[in-house]
Ligand binder design. Sequence first.
Ligand code: CTP
Ligand code: CA
Length: 226
Amino acid sequence: LVASFGSEALRGLKVVVSAGPTYEDIDPVRFIGNRSSGRMGFAVAEAAAQAGAAVTLVAGPVTLATPAGVAHRIDVRSAAEMHVAVLAAAAQADIYVGAAAVGDYRPSAVAPQKLKKHGGAGLTLELAENPDILASLSAQTVHPFLVGFAAETHDVASYAQDKLQRKGLDMIAANQVGDGLGFEAADNALNLYWAGGSVELPRASKTELAHQLVAQVAQRYKAVRQ
Ligand code: CTP
Ligand code: CA
């Protein structure tokens, strides 16, 4: 592994990383979830710690051990819980990296008891939209440097640049999902965009990509905030 930064790149900075999916409960035994292993976000948290940052990792339901050097880990389940945890942690943070695959919708009501089948009648679930964590951070007058992710199956560049603008982000990391890349895979490839620039991080392990991403974040952070 070729380190792309020293242990000083984020020294003295507080970084919050969200990772993994969220689970939106339907009833006590069922949920709606996203396909996300959490590995990309955990790798980003580890790389940020290696770059000298004090890292808080807000993790959805994943089966991953806390990376070495990560100071705080907060485990959450739903998008609503992640929203609360990220907003609290981000109040003190310099940088937020939203690597979590946040559920866009939750069941409007959680059934208190297990739903039973009703003779082939089918089931319609009513869903409500979850709050957008990144957008609510960027709406605050004072907020951390914001890095989003965009997992897309098609038109990756245009959707990612649109999200950069619409959510008021400082940087977005776009990846194409499918074809053995992205979700649940060990490898990934990212295109980074910010206002007035972009860089391509070609296919590599999530550990290697996380190092390169953190190096770019440190560089952009210094350009706009210091
Ligand atoms: N995100 C968030 N809160 C949400 C949904 C998404 O903070 N409720 C963040 C993700 O963590 C990611 C970025 O927004 O960093 C982009 O997520 P994505 O799902 O690609 O964007 P959406 O705005 O939800 O658009 P869509 O799913 O319709 O493509
Ligand atoms: Ca989404």
